[in-house]
Design a protein around this ligand. Structure first.
Ligand code: FAD
Length: 293
């Protein structure tokens, strides 16, 4: 159906954008072009991921610090506890606080290269413990991860929901979901969160798909299911980038419009450091660049 005009009674949604820290100079240029392109959309915050097992610690810190000093944006730093002592994690957090960073996306993280997770003997064992530890370091705003299709290692969907509740009770004020492609999956999850007494925002994590093969690979790693219809939509566009871009825009636009029609007014975008699809979808959601008409 048609969306209402954006006006005082129907404000544009709140957005956040996720980036990964660059590994090379070329990727750094790409990241900063992306940040500059999205900056006028005035997102609520932008977040920078922390590589598996903290492998990007310095690059994440450098990127987040530059966002503080060089842009109008409010950064959030991802931080994981896998493979680190509590003291090491607290030190990273203290450095962020001293650099003016007030928002942490607190995660357990995965074992680099895959394999079964085991807590560090002197570490925070799970994200809920990390959240509590961060709150002892400073009064950070904290976001945590949520899984509409259940985290792959959870004992059960109920246990995973209990875990989300523990993270929020420990001091997180928002959850951001793993990406998903079926809107129903997310809406049913919201219902289950509400039934469990969770009132904090559960912000949908949106991954605009421009490369289906890559999305399918990510999904396999993250336990997100890829519906057959999505594969069919991209089928035959492998050597046709123009059509692929148009299909990608339609798929992403339909997803966010359906969410918006169901009352969702906050969105987190996994940009993969590419601005075009995210910018177009934000536009479709009613967001306009500051200073633009
Ligand atoms: P937790 O909340 O600790 O949960 C992990 C698993 O343990 C779940 O199955 C849970 O049910 C279970 N569990 C929790 N507590 C207990 C307990 N006491 N006993 C037994 N089981 C328990 N990874 C990165 O490396 N860097 C990033 O920057 C990053 N950013 C992310 C951003 C978002 C929005 C999301 C959704 C994920 C991100 N990840 C990132 C991936 C994340 O690190 C993995 O999904 C990881 O496997 C789980 O992290 P978590 O914080 O959800 O863990």
């Amino acid at each position: 159906g048609a969306l209402p005009a954006r006006d005082a009674a129907h404000p544009a949604p709140a957005l956040s954008f996720e980036f990964f820290p660059p590994r090379t100079e070329a990727l750094e240029t790409q990241l900063w072009n992306c940040i500059r392109r999205l900056e006028p959309l005035a997102p609520r915050f932008v977040s920078v991921t922390y590589g598996a097992g903290g492998t990007t610690q310095e690059r994440t810190h450098a990127t987040v610090s530059r966002i503080v000093t060089d842009t109008t944006l409010t950064p959030a730093a991802h931080l994981t506890c896998v493979g680190a002592t509590r003291d090491e994690v607290d030190e990273v957090a203290r450095r962020y606080w001293d650099a003016g960073v007030r928002h942490i996306v607190a995660l357990r993280g995965d074992v680099p290269g895959g394999g079964a997770y085991a807590p560090h003997p002197q570490g925070y064992a799970y994200a809920a413990e990390l959240v509590a530890g961060l709150k002892r370091v400073a009064d950070f705003e904290i976001s945590v991860a949520a899984y509409p299709e259940t985290h792959p290692a959870a004992a059960s969907a109920e246990a995973d929901l209990d875990n989300l509740k523990r993270k929020l009770d420990a001091g997180a004020s928002r959850a951001i979901t793993q990406f998903f492609f079926e809107t129903e999956t997310y809406l049913r999850y919201l219902d289950r969160c509400l039934a469990a007494g969770i009132t904090a925002p559960i912000v949908p994590g949106i991954m605009p798909v421009s490369n289906f093969a890559q999305a399918a690979k990510f999904s396999a790693l993250n336990g997100a299911s890829v519906p057959a219809w999505l594969g069919h939509l991209f089928e035959g566009t492998e050597d046709d980038p123009e059509t692929r871009r148009m299909v990608a825009a339609v798929v992403a636009a339909e997803q966010v419009r359906l969410l918006q029609a169901n009352g969702v007014d906050e969105f987190h975008f996994y940009t993969l450091n590419r601005p075009d699809l995210t910018f177009a979808i934000a536009h479709i959601l009613g967001v306009r660049a500051v200073g633009a008409k």
